[in-house]
Design a protein around this ligand. Structure first.
Ligand code: GLY
Length: 384
């Protein structure tokens, strides 16, 4: 095993999910040298996710401020992936502007969607109400009983695994970034500042600024003073992947989100034939077991919307942990400890918020200025 070399970068990033990797890239674009530490970068929630970029169909009451950030990140996506394609030497980040259809299974579910539509219109968001037959004309695989839906052409998707691969390729070509495949044992604090970290093998990395981007583990790094610990918790999601054989394609042309007897389900069709089907939401601490009940409920609800899924091979079952915060909004910006920033707590929107978070954190690292769009998500908002 090769030991990581000691280093003194401008920035140390703890965590190699989409947020950490994209932040490393954007910080390097701003001229900063970066070391990113993660024993297994790109393997947790970022790898499991479905990659929906759906700020309008995933809107919730009380989350109007978050909506602003979500929309800003969704708008940034086309340019972000174009820049990434270039930086990576041509890797396709898997962005698809293919639209999202939210459908209702029964009359009660239809009332839920009608309510969502009223809320969307009150915020001037674009969503078109469709009858059941109009929805089926758009997506012929929908069950005959589906009661209508909402078409949101502006809610897109990205293949999160292709996005990860493109980020790795871009970082590989970026001389200012070094990825160290090791676990951080402890944050180093010198005087009243974060000063880097010590790895599991004892290697010390001194850094001018440190970013906590370790998803739901961001609150468990030793050495972080209590007042600077981001209040994140794990929220388990079980998610499945089906394969659509060539003869059935295109199986779906939009992402289909459904309300099924008050449960929420989604099916995300990839260009290369994968169909991602998710996801449970479970407060189970750090448990990542895939359970019979979880798989059963996901297949039951998806089948109620799209009966034809029963013909498709089930190729992957997985569970991963979303980082939830007390208000379920992200935690972005300087913490109470000078030199230590947080970029975590993205909960259901980690893939969507990757461009906005990475750009904003790179801006803070490079200039010390906090962009307006992330100011409401300061880690300091939880201080009593
Ligand atoms: N945004 C989808 C999920 O967290 O399941």
């Amino acid at each position: 095993m090769t030991m990581p070399e000691p280093a003194s970068p401008d920035v140390l990033i703890i965590g190699g999910g989409l947020i950490g990797l994209a932040t490393a890239w954007r910080a390097a674009v701003r001229g900063l040298s970066v070391t990113l530490c993660d024993p297994a970068p790109g393997t947790h929630a970022s790898y499991a996710a479905a990659g929906m970029l759906t700020p309008v169909t995933e809107l919730h009451y009380g989350e109007e401020t978050l909506l602003g950030l979500n929309l800003a990140s969704a708008r940034r996506y086309p340019e972000f992936v174009a820049e990434l394609r270039e930086a990576s030497g041509g890797a396709d980040p898997g962005y698809r502007a293919s639209g999202t259809l939210a459908v209702a299974f029964d009359a009660d579910d239809r009332a839920v969607l009608a309510d969502l539509h009223t809320f969307q219109r009150s915020l001037d968001l674009k969503a078109e109400w469709l009858s059941g037959s109009e929805a089926r004309r758009l997506e012929p695989m929908l069950a005959p009983g589906v009661r209508g839906g909402l078409l949101v052409e502006g809610d897109h998707q990205v293949d999160n695994r292709m996005l990860l691969a493109a980020l790795f390729a871009a970082l590989e070509r970026e001389p200012k970034v070094r990825i160290v495949r090791a676990r951080v044992a402890e944050l180093t604090v010198a005087g009243d500042r974060a000063a880097g970290a010590v790895l599991d093998d004892g290697t010390a990395i001194a850094a001018g600024q440190t970013v906590l981007a370790a998803g739901c583990w961001s609150g468990r790094i030793r050495g972080v003073p209590q007042e600077a610990v981001p209040p994140v918790r794990p929220v388990k999601g079980q998610i499945l992947r089906l394969a659509v054989p060539e003869v059935y394609r295109p199986f779906l042309t939009h992402t289909v989100r459904g309300v099924v007897r008050s449960n929420h389900a989604y099916l995300v069709p990839r260009a290369h034939g994968e169909l991602v089907l998710g996801a449970t939401t479970e407060e189970q601490d750090y448990d990542t077991a895939v359970t019979a009940g979880g798989v059963y409920e996901l297949l039951r609800d998806a089948r109620a919307l799209i009966p034809g899924i029963t013909e498709l091979p089930l190729v992957e079952t997985r569970a991963a942990l979303r980082p939830g915060s007390p208000d379920n909004a992200p935690v972005i910006g300087p913490t109470a400890l000078p030199g230590l920033l947080a970029a975590t707590g993205h909960y259901r929107h980690g893939v969507l918020l990757t461009p906005a978070t990475a750009d904003a954190v790179a801006e803070i690292l490079a200039t010390g200025e906090i962009p307006d769009v992330v100011a409401p998500f300061s880690p300091l908002r939880f201080r009593k």
